[in-house]
Design a protein around this ligand. Sequence first.
Ligand SMILES: Cc1cc2nc3c(=O)[nH]c(=O)nc-3n(C[C@H](O)[C@H](O)[C@H](O)COP(=O)(O)OP(=O)(O)OC[C@H]3O[C@@H](n4cnc5c(N)ncnc54)[C@H](O)[C@@H]3O)c2cc1C
Length: 321
Amino acid sequence: MFFDFLSSFFYKKPQTHLMDFMPNVRGELKKDFPLAKQTWFGVGGPAEVFFIPKDKDDLAFFLSSIQNIPLTILGCGSNVLIRDGGIPGVVIKLGKEFSYIKVDGNDIICGAATRNGEIAKTALDAGLTGLEFLTGIPGNIGGSTKMNAGANGSDISKIIKSAVMIDNFGIQHILGKDDFIFNYRDTTIPIGWIFTEITLTGIPEEKTKIAETMNNIRAQRLETQPTNVKTAGSTFRNPEGLSAWKLIDKAGCRGMHLGGAMVSEKHCNFIINTGNATANDIEQLGENIRLKVMETSGIDLKWEIRKMGVKAPAQSSFGGR
Ligand SMILES: Cc1cc2nc3c(=O)[nH]c(=O)nc-3n(C[C@H](O)[C@H](O)[C@H](O)COP(=O)(O)OP(=O)(O)OC[C@H]3O[C@@H](n4cnc5c(N)ncnc54)[C@H](O)[C@@H]3O)c2cc1C
């Protein structure tokens, strides 16, 4: 007892970090990596460990080598709110090796990190219609498939043919469209599974018509949505048969502020980081909107933006193996 007391003065237990237990990968592993710049909102704390796999095999090896560690996958960060305390565990982001497009007949095969805009442009060059709506949706096709992103009367479920996924044990699966359940702004996938490649399909059409549709979509967005601002797009899902923005407007929330967060004057379902917002400002403003909409319309708005991580500084997720 006396010895324990004495030794506590001289012996400091070595501090372990999740990083110390990471496998030997070929990609990049970063410790306590700031995530704010990885998101469109530009807010949020660090990832305990951030991993950019070198390629598909590296990702599979990594996943097969770790167990019981929380995993979060980040796409382009255009639909997420990462909380100020950051994300415990490992955050995976697919890098440039996962950004590629191949056209095969009416199919467009895309690496999961390919930007939607590039895919829409490739479809135009190939004379394939049906993918025009992607032109206005920021983000990568992996995140967009998870979100079943959509606009202008279409969504991913209408153009997807198949996808390659890697599960949380590092095993690859090739899935057809019918293997997925697509909902409004969500695709049901098993926890921890990651899209690595998506095959979309289009219908042959005159390029001038496709170009015209894309131009109209771009013009409509410029007219109705704020541009060059830090936002994650629509904050709340549209309740069945209703428009979230109309409910928010009716509740008098247009232009409402909290800290550095503000409800867009132009599109009141968009929350904007005016420059110095914290994730907490954004989340709290969102909750205030929900409260006001509930008071004025009796409707419980549901977040469309994915909230990730913890409010307080992150505690290590490492609990041994
Ligand atoms: C200005 C603006 C306008 C927008 N307009 C629209 C719109 O019209 N329609 C619309 O639907 N959305 C819209 N969005 C939201 C957003 O762009 C889409 O949801 C987009 O598809 C998200 O893609 P991302 O790569 O940024 O995904 P992220 O935001 O990084 O992630 C979204 C979700 O997908 C998961 N995920 C990411 N990559 C993978 C992967 N490879 N495998 C498995 N899961 C993954 C993440 O864990 C997270 O749950 C808009 C956003 C902005 C900022």
